[in-house]
Design a protein. Structure first.
Lengths: 185, 269
């Protein structure tokens, strides 16, 4: 509630031409916007362009923003549309697995305490299991549980209905459990 | 497996994500630029074709850096002059060329004279920062004289540090006396170039990926000097302990950051 009120204050100021207030709003949401764009685009440089352009488009459309409505789903819808429009190839996919592989290599080069190694292995195990999900399930699980988006926000990003998000997330989690149990056993 | 959702949520805090760029700075700079243009104030780019935001000037508060990739210079022949004009640098000691040649693998002549760490410290008057996790460098080179002297540390390829584009090196760490903070400047990046503002243990820096580029820093006399990486891999430039340090390697930016985070003053010299 506090965050909503603070957002509403910043949006109101931005609507009256206060760019610093808009900058503060961007700062609050730049990580979630950038990560969402990256998940859709699969490229960090492209995601940066996408997120910047989305924030500028959101600013241009501030006059149409409904007072008191939550800002994040509205913003993420713009980010997702921009990202989908720019996605260079359909073959691109989330790069979490690639990032984890790179981290594993770095960890191997500089072995740390046992606890850190164990945490790294658990992280790798989880991401490998995520990577084995089909693309639709993986997308919804990452958006819903890793980025902690609401079902409505996931629906906006993925361009589907909230009910679809719910069922895909449920199936994705179940599948993930099976994958992890397979890894254990 | 009741903690599965918690484990998934914990991934948000893991270092598996690309560094979030300074979008707030970039967006407010773009808004200011648009307002200035709408008000009729002259802007350097008002007469140029529009390019995506990231490729246009983006404010980098507190980081005194200008990056002008080769591709950008080719696309806009006067782009570098524009930047120098914005910065009021036209009459400073910045050396300019009409175009930038592509990065060339360095030879010993580029790196300077090969020597020992102790001799490099004696000749330059400063102790270089060494990436602690890598140990002593495999080679040390010194170039230039006096305040403009430069130390380059060469680390051989090893696991996690692949060979860089035909060069028998996995990592180059080049250091000069100077600073990169103190003013608000702008950057230009070209298609294919990633430019990300970072802080390494509280010290300002920038990571460049994907294309050749140059950057400016202030030498101890307060003059702007052009810095140029030897390699066309990932480059991290940061200011620390009165030095401008440049790390170059064919690794992911996050990995280069992790190496930079272990920089420590050489105990010798």
């Amino acid at each position: 509630v506090v965050r909503l009120a603070e957002d509403a204050d910043l949006i109101g100021r931005a609507q009256r031409g206060d760019d610093d207030a808009y900058g503060m709003l961007v700062e609050r949401y730049q990580t979630i916007a950038f990560r969402t764009a990256w998940l859709v685009c699969g490229d960090a440089a492209e995601a940066e362009d996408v997120a910047q352009e989305a924030f500028l488009k959101a600013h241009a459309a501030l006059g149409r923003f409904r007072s008191g409505a939550p800002w994040r789903p509205w913003l993420l819808r713009i980010v997702a549309n921009e990202a989908r429009n720019r996605r260079r190839s359909a073959g691109r996919r989330m790069h979490l697995a690639g990032r984890v592989a790179e981290l594993a290599e770095a960890d191997a080069a500089a072995p740390g305490p046992e606890a850190a190694v164990l945490a790294g292995e658990q992280r790798s195990e989880l991401v490998r299991a995520l990577d084995r999900l089909d693309a639709e399930q993986r997308s919804v699980v990452v958006l819903r549980y890793v980025l902690d988006l609401s079902e409505a926000e996931c629906a906006a990003v993925l361009g589907c209905r909230p009910g679809t998000v719910k069922s895909r997330a449920s199936r994705g989690l179940a599948r993930l459990r099976v994958e992890l149990e397979g890894d254990d056993g | 497996m009741p903690d599965l959702e918690a484990r998934l949520r914990a991934l948000a805090d893991e270092p598996i994500w690309p560094e979030t760029p300074d979008l707030a700075g970039a967006v407010t700079a773009a808004l200011a630029e648009r307002r200035a243009a709408a008000a009729g104030a002259p802007t350097r780019r008002s007469s140029r074709r529009r390019v995506p935001l990231r490729r246009r000037a983006v404010a980098l508060a507190a980081v005194l850096l200008v990056a002008i990739p080769t591709a950008g210079a080719a696309a806009f022949p006067s782009a570098r002059d524009d930047v120098l004009e914005w910065l009021g640098l036209r009459h400073t000691e910045v050396r300019r060329t009409p175009t930038l040649p592509p990065a060339q693998p360095p030879g010993s002549a580029d790196l300077g004279e090969r020597t020992t760490l102790e001799d490099a410290v004696r000749r330059t008057g400063f102790r270089p920062l060494l990436p602690a996790r890598l140990g002593d460098p495999d080679a040390v080179h010194v170039a230039g004289r006096g305040a403009a002297s430069r130390i380059t540390l060469v680390y051989a390829p090893r696991p996690g540090l692949p060979t860089v584009r035909g060069v028998r090196a996995g990592l180059l760490v080049t250091q000069v006396r100077g600073r990169i903070d103190g003013q608000l400047l702008r950057k230009i990046a070209a298609p294919g170039t990633g430019v990300t503002q970072v802080r390494i243990d509280g010290h300002p820096g920038v990571v460049f990926t994907g294309a050749d580029h140059v950057y400016l820093y202030l030498d101890p006399a307060g003059q702007f000097v052009e810095g140029r990486p030897f390699l066309a891999g990932t480059t991290l430039v940061l200011e620390r302990d009165g030095s401008v340090v440049r790390l170059e390697a064919a690794v992911d930016p996050q990995d280069l950051r992790r190496i930079a985070e272990t920089l420590q003053l050489s105990p010798r010299g």
